[in-house]
Design a protein around this ligand. Sequence first.
Ligand SMILES: [Zn+2]
Length: 388
Amino acid sequence: MSAARPNDMRVEEILAELVAVDSTSSRSNADIVRLIAARAERAGLCARLFPYTDEAGVKKLQLVAAYPKSFEDGGEVELVLVGHTDTVPFDPAWDEALRLTEREGKLYGRGACDTKGFIAAALAAVEATDLSKLTRPLALVFTADEEVGCLGAKRLAEGRAFRARHAVVGEPTSLVPVRAGKGYCLAEVRVRGREAHSAHPSLGASAITRAARLVSRVERVAEELKGDAHAAFDPPHTTLNVGLIRGGTAKNIIPGECRFTLEWRPVPGQPPERVLELLGREIEEMRREEPEFDCEVRVLRLDGGAETDAGAPLVRALEELTGKRAGAVSFGTEAPQMAELGAAAVVFGPGDIRVAHRTGEFVPASELREAASILGRVIERFCAPRHQ
Ligand SMILES: [Zn+2]
């Protein structure tokens, strides 16, 4: 089978179509998924929609488009290309947000980089492939609600919508294959005190002072976590962040309550609960020092890191096709859910994560075309291998 080269203009046209549809996570993504499903069907895939209603009552759609058409729900594919259809919100003053605009080789628009560029490249690659030559099943999977916690991918994983041996998870990695990612965890810590008139501190107990003492212990936990290093990452350890803090009601009242968020990004191999255990130990020590110390930890998210073996065939193939060594990223992706579905997952896509989520987000046109071409070759290697 000759290496099909996707039509360069086509991938940009597809991206322009995708960018024109506002698919901010808070809205329904039905329009963009229907558009993608229609394209996939025209290309010869069978498209299956997986609808659900999100927490706010908004209808969401996910798409599994597979070849051959006889592919059944829950079946196994050789290769899956996965991209999320939702984007972060955009500033209404950014007038290119929904109108793909090219300047100096860069394509600007919301989602151009994260992750509609990858979706366009995957569609262009499939459209340029002679599917009748494929001897092993292929699927394109397009998810919802990635930006708000990989909620769609988690549903697909729980529902065992399919199984896969290899997965390319689309995220802007500047065309560097990424085989390891940190997890993402979040908790809210609520510290209670006792309100009193600030002229009589001994009648109360300050929740803010208590929280401050706990936060400085969190810094110690962060230091301790440096001992569990994973060389593939920069920084090479689990990081912590107290990103929000709120407490008290007035300047002359001893504060009765203080809340803060604790976010951590665990390295693969470290249980995501590890930070909770260390935090729990610090809280116990504070209780021993002050029996009235009152604190509650509410876990909001607990996603561990994920890692694919450096010698996995997809890692090797993408290293060879890109000429770049596989690395690691510190942001969350849908790779862990693909691993749950059986796949050796590699994160890969056009565009730079550092410009994602910004006004003026863009993908370099040359990277977009290159991505389509590389994905086409990955499809051939895995789904139409010459030596079987
Ligand atoms: Zn993304």
